[in-house]
Design a protein. Structure first.
Length: 312
């Protein structure tokens, strides 16, 4: 195997956690893959992969090497994609990072449509609530909700998600149903903190065209959207989040909307990517597809001020 093929193999082994699966995807024998990595480790004079009977994971040196590899491979893909026929039919690996509900409720339920339109693009999708370094980790695009603080990235607006304040029936039986925002002082909420340092976000309500913030008492703080909903279901307090995330729970009565006579600010969601990716055909067609998906999900954008709450 030449050096380029070996780098592709190494990256695939790290991503799949398996020599066998990586070899199968690339179309080479397992022994060939193993020998190629041994030769690479001998050439670099360091151990790149930690092997067990069930799993393969990168060593500390291997993780650092992997991050450089995917950056190099992505740059090579972009160079190839600059050719005219590649612009018409984009191909290569596209690395995307999504947060929780965006992956499971919006993007992935429709991902087969993207593959049908662009069968030569291979998607590698990571998810979680951590902050990612797009350039260092070789990620082409992320989807994030809330205020955008990183001016080094290009942002494409996707939608504004309507929000709702709600709580479990059990919580409302114990504390009563707030009929006016001024009654929130007698209530509790589930607090949310983000990985970028934000903590204890208030409930936000629009009154007379202005956003009013309400800081409530709380005995529970989380930094994950699914845990946020779970705590609300267990009666830990009021929560404010995009309606789509809990529409089934509201329909079934597991959560109950409160203060429906007052509007919550909409939560903006955007696709972010590094400046050097903006000419990549893979990134361009994926974001164009995302815009259509989010427009279908959120056809009417709120004209109200947007909130800066957590990444959902």
């Amino acid at each position: 195997m030449d050096k380029f093929d070996t780098l592709q193999l190494f990256a695939r082994i790290v991503e799949l956690g398996s020599f066998s699966r990586a070899a199968d995807q690339i179309g080479i024998p397992r022994a060939t893959a193993s020998n190629a990595i041994k030769e690479l480790e001998n050439h670099l004079e360091c151990r790149l992969l930690e092997r067990t009977t069930r799993h393969v994971k990168p060593s500390l040196d291997g993780q650092a090497f992997y991050e450089r590899c995917i950056h190099i491979l992505s740059e090579l893909d972009d160079a190839e994609s600059s050719l005219r026929h590649m612009v018409v039919r984009p191909r290569g690996v596209l690395r995307i990072d999504l947060h929780g509900a965006h992956a499971t409720r919006i993007v992935l339920p429709n991902i087969d449509e993207f593959h049908t339109s662009y069968p030569d693009i291979e998607l590698v999708i990571s998810s979680g609530d951590r902050i990612v370094d797009l350039v260092r980790e070789g990620i082409d695009c992320v989807i994030r909700a809330g205020t955008l603080n990183d001016s080094s990235l290009v942002a494409r607006h996707l939608a504004v998600m309507p929000q709702v304040i709600c709580a479990s029936p059990e919580y409302l039986r114990r504390y009563g149903i707030p009929r006016h925002p001024e009654e929130l002082g007698a209530h509790q909420c589930v607090n949310f903190f983000s990985t970028n340092g934000g903590v204890n976000y208030p409930l936000e309500i629009i009154i007379n065209s202005e956003v009013h913030e309400y800081y409530l008492k709380s005995w529970m703080t989380v930094n994950d959207a699914e845990n946020y909903v779970l705590c609300a279901l267990r009666g830990a307090g009021l929560v404010q989040l995009p309606r789509y995330h809990v529409k089934d729970l509201l329909r079934d009565g597991d959560l109950v909307e409160v203060l429906s006579g007052w509007q919550s600010p909409g939560l903006p969601v955007s696709a972010l990517y590094p400046h050097h990716r903006q000419l990549s055909p893979r990134v361009r067609v994926f974001i164009d597809w995302l815009i259509n998906i989010y427009n279908d999900q959120f056809p009417t954008e709120s004209k109200a001020s947007s909130t800066h709450k957590y990444n959902q």
